[in-house]
Write a protein that binds this ligand. Sequence first.
Ligand SMILES: CCCCCCCCCC/C=C\CCCCCCC/C=C/C(=O)SCCNC(=O)CCNC(=O)[C@H](O)C(C)(C)COP(=O)(O)OP(=O)(O)OC[C@H]1O[C@@H](n2cnc3c(N)ncnc32)[C@H](O)[C@@H]1OP(=O)(O)O
Ligand SMILES: Cc1cc2nc3c(=O)[nH]c(=O)nc-3n(C[C@H](O)[C@H](O)[C@H](O)COP(=O)(O)OP(=O)(O)OC[C@H]3O[C@@H](n4cnc5c(N)ncnc54)[C@H](O)[C@@H]3O)c2cc1C
Length: 710
Amino acid sequence: MWRGGSNTRTCKRRFFSSPTRSRHHRPPYICRLHSRGSQHLKAMAEVDHLAAERATARFDVEEMKVAWAGSRHAVHVADRMARLVASDPVFRKDNRTMLSRKELFKDTLRKAAHAWKRIVELRLTEEEADLLRQYVDQPGYVDLHWGMFVPAIKGQGTEEQQHKWLPLAYKFQIIGCYAQTELGHGSNVQGLETTATFDPKTDEFVIHSPTLTSSKWWPGGLGKASTHAVVYARLITEGKDYGIHGFIVQLRSLEDHSPLPGVTLGDIGGKFGSGAYNSMDNGVLRFDHVRIPRDQMLMRLSQVTREGKYVHSNVPKQLLYGTMVYVRQSIVADASKALSRAVCIAVRYSAVRKQFGSQDGGPETQVLNYKTQQSRLFPLLASAYAFRFVGDWLNWLYTDVTQKLEAKDFSTLQEAHACTAGLKAVTTSVTADAIEECRKLCGGHGYLNSSGLPELFAVYVPACTYEGDNVVLLLQVARILMKTVSQLASGKQPVGTMAYMGKVQYLMQCKSAVSSAEDWLNPDAIQEAFEARALRMAVNCAQNISQAASQEEAAGFYERSPDLLEAAVAHIQLIIVTKFIEKVHQEIPGHGVKEQLQALCNVYALYILHKHLGDFLATGCITPRQGALANEQLGKLYAQVRPNAVALVDAFNYTDHYLGSVLGRYDGDVYPALYEEAWKDPLNETVVPEGYHEYLRPLIKQQQLKLSRL
Ligand SMILES: CCCCCCCCCC/C=C\CCCCCCC/C=C/C(=O)SCCNC(=O)CCNC(=O)[C@H](O)C(C)(C)COP(=O)(O)OP(=O)(O)OC[C@H]1O[C@@H](n2cnc3c(N)ncnc32)[C@H](O)[C@@H]1OP(=O)(O)O
Ligand SMILES: Cc1cc2nc3c(=O)[nH]c(=O)nc-3n(C[C@H](O)[C@H](O)[C@H](O)COP(=O)(O)OP(=O)(O)OC[C@H]3O[C@@H](n4cnc5c(N)ncnc54)[C@H](O)[C@@H]3O)c2cc1C
């Protein structure tokens, strides 16, 4: 093979003969390697594997792209934007992990400015602009500007305030962030300490950070880029504390970007992983009696009059949390994107990679053919599709609830909170773990930055924490479940995703009718088992809480919180399974597309059942034999997915630029790409490393001297 042949020997010789060769003047062996032509290498590399894989697909990939993206139009726009970004040298990102923090941040500013220039020049629509930013694929201040600052003003500002501030934000005349979390409090929003005290003499609010722990800490875009922030602070007027409210506060001069008087701010420092989320300037902010006009309090939900009287509109106070609900639903959609990227890399590479099993000098086995590889990878593939469809549904729910709120109908607020909080928690936790699993599925090469997986993992894991720590959010779901269970006795019928709880009499005693592995392909059997498990777990928790009669309810909840978490997860998994089943019941065009989605839906459900078998058995929803039959069916489904696996990840329609992985390349030409990537590392800029003369040579010489004395 070319990898171990004479080129390597030439390499060593050349390296020793030229100590300071730059990477721009590569050693002749590399030039030779190229002049022999990538065609020569390609002929020897295993490019044909993916072509052969694609030929075994039993469905129409183009139509699957439509099912994944949501419409033909969505495929077309996403494709255009992805190619626009991939073909623009300013958006290159293959060198990102080698940049210093300062260089990375500047690169992010440059990309954001260039993206904006292209958006304006090409007169892109909002949909196109959002996609373009997604494909630029580098966290930065614009995410918070568009993703939280603008939505906060839209959701909590009066019409007059929107009229004043939004045009400035839309044209980037101001840059905004969302400053809620403090050094001392993040999860507990009601515990925030920053104060906004109304001064009727001047008709202003005085924004102040009374303690170190009240310093705003974490807001993205705050550290270096933002000129303004929506700041959450305790509103104090007429000597009374009215709790947390939002205020628009200018932080930096629009002339020279220096902090305004009384404002202290900066970046909070480097974060997990190289590159990754370090492109974002998460910041710290303190106020020393900073004055803002009264009309910069976001006054849609409540107001302070000129005289300083507090007036609360007749709306639930939780509407203050609306921006978080909005972002949580978008994080569910992001989970399917991040997971599908990792899975795409792992599936393609597993089809290229071969280990063991060579017979009579023949080819080794593709690692994708190992049953263990399939049983680790295909549930993740199925989860990517499951999260995509539940994300679409959640987006519909969010839009529906928003329309109802506009009409002053607040009946679905709790449903929106439970679904966004719970789905955000479950999909991000699964995705974070899955990216790491995909790294392991790629063996040693998965650990290289050039695989794209370390960076994806480092960027993704904070999703388990931001926008609400996942445990805190699941406990919110559990609380709503307990409330619903307690209302069953009074005959109140649960609605929305809790409606199944209304079948309490039946679900508490039903027994699964499954008697063969094939019976688990029946969606009704799956649905019933998941409903019974979720309900019984919730009811068990409720009983255990109320049986602790000596305790207050809150104390019982606290004692039982580990079980409550599991009950909340069971409820959310039921929602994901239900929405996948509903999706597959719809008319889905394209040869074989519906069948593939049906198979993935079953993989997802039966995998969850297998993984949480303890829950299903302990609650008596299924028998051990039925559990074994589910596992048997799962094995059969993996065999069904196997010939379609590469085509199923092709349907995500990701460019090589967006994927950013030599292992996940569309053409499967992995080894030459890995080999070439290695030479781009700054360590290879010189043949003999810096530090050789200071540290290595003296050490070696000293040892040689010692040896020669012996
Ligand atoms: C370089 C490589 C590139 C690779 C790229 C990879 C690509 C991957 C894609 C991902 C990348 C980017 C994604 C997007 C970018 C996102 C950027 C991140 C920005 C982050 C921002 C933030 O984090 S902002 C701060 C968020 N903070 C929180 O979430 C705080 C959490 N806490 C709370 O929400 C509340 O404190 C809590 C709900 C916990 C408690 O509320 P509280 O009022 O104190 O008390 P309770 O008693 O519990 O509740 C009272 C009642 O209110 C109900 N309720 C609570 N919340 C809500 C709500 N939101 N809506 C409706 N109702 C609510 C609750 O149920 C109670 O009701 P009851 O009837 O009285 O019981
Ligand atoms: C990358 C990143 C970006 C961010 N961007 C922003 C931003 O733009 N704007 C902004 O305002 N904030 C931002 N944040 C802050 C983020 O919203 C908070 O970190 C998050 O809400 C978690 O709060 P915390 O840090 O206070 O965690 P803590 O609440 O301190 O959590 C610590 C531990 O305590 C546990 N815990 C806490 N409360 C309970 C409970 N009641 N029961 C059981 N266990 C509990 C948690 O599960 C966790 O294990 C960002 C954070 C990160 C990491």
